[in-house]
Design a protein around this ligand. Structure first.
Ligand SMILES: [Fe+2]
Ligand SMILES: [Fe+2]
Length: 326
């Protein structure tokens, strides 16, 4: 790894440009590792085209109706949130190309990542339209609204914050796709989303390993970036129409909630990086590490309260359903 001279003069000497240069060799190594393990896959093979037929409108086919697909109501909500999130790829590309650049190993990664992400939106939309799982008109209008608003990174001010964010966000996206497949009620949907989730996992590994290298060369700044990102995390799709309502149902349904965020997203990355054991920190890094620990304790307690509310709500729903059935 190339260590920039700034390391010896303390963390205040690091700039984004120096960090990008210092991490270039790590990016190259991680890019090559990614290319060696990421197997080619064909989105079209995962779509049950035989279930598809013309829609009404130009071709005079059959209008959409909710009963045409066996996908669960929860699965429908989450598939739309996940698809609209994927749809904003042009904005994400803009943000990371601006931050990381389009040259050298960084540029190769940015373009390769964009190409891989591109197939997620294509495949999910193909699945939804072929199987008539969601209202195609509502979906298109939501896509227009969401993409017209664009996406602006909360972390555009700092490359370390950007790397830390995507390390957690890629894992959050993986878990969200995987669990959506779990609750969608169609094994073919689950199979497709598991494939997409596998891509997201490889993206997470790339950024997590980059963050690990950043913790070695600029530990105080990386620790502060991790603290800031973890304590202020929000999903990339937060700006889409009706996000709060959908997110609440996704949480209650067990696809993505505080417990999952804490246990399956934050903790695995933090444990892998041994963030709470990083030594050799200056005062700012130590403070960030301590604040991170306090935050995680608070989040765990909050997640436990959520678990209890969720269990009570599900029990009430089950009792109501039993009363209606009886
Ligand atoms: Fe994706
Ligand atoms: Fe990804």
């Amino acid at each position: 790894m190339t260590i920039a001279p700034a390391q010896r003069t303390g963390s205040t000497a690091w700039t984004d440009a120096r960090l990008i240069l210092a991490l270039e060799e790590v990016v190259e190594t991680e890019l090559n590792r990614h290319l060696a393990i990421a197997k080619e896959w064909m989105p079209h093979e995962y779509i049950p085209w035989s279930r598809g037929r013309d829609f009404d409108g130009v071709l005079g086919g059959e209008a959409w109706h909710v009963e045409q697909s066996g996908v669960t109501p929860l699965g429908r909500i989450s598939l739309v949130v996940n698809l609209l999130t994927e749809d904003n790829l042009p904005s994400y590309h803009h943000e990371i190309a601006t931050m990381f650049g389009r040259e050298g190993a960084w540029g190769t990664w940015v373009h390769r990542w964009t190409a891989e992400e591109g197939r997620h939106g294509i495949a999910i939309r193909d699945y939804l339209l072929a199987t008539r799982a969601v209202d195609p008109v509502a979906l298109e209008r939501a896509r227009m609204d969401h993409m017209s608003a664009g996406f602006e990174s909360d972390n555009a001010h700092s490359m370390l914050h950007s790397v830390a964010y995507v390390a957690f966000q890629e894992l959050a996206t993986r878990i969200s796709h995987r669990n959506t497949g779990h609750y969608a009620g169609d094994p073919l949907c689950e199979q497709l989303l598991a494939k997409i989730a596998n891509d997201e996992n490889l993206h997470m590994v790339f950024y997590r390993n980059l963050l690990k290298a950043a913790l070695e060369i600029a530990p105080d700044l990386a620790m502060q970036a991790i603290r800031d990102v973890v304590t202020d995390f929000r999903m990339p799709g937060h700006g889409m129409p009706g996000f709060e309502r959908s997110a609440a149902q996704i949480a209650i349904g067990g696809i993505y909630n505080l417990r999952i965020h804490h246990d399956d997203v934050l903790q695995p990355v933090l444990r892998n990086l041994r963030v709470m054991e990083v030594g050799g920190l200056g005062p700012a890094g130590l403070r960030a590490q301590e604040e991170l620990g306090l935050f995680l304790g608070g989040l765990d307690a909050q997640a436990t309260r959520f678990d209890e509310r969720q269990a009570a709500l599900l029990a009430r729903r089950a009792a109501n359903a039993a009363r209606k059935a009886g």
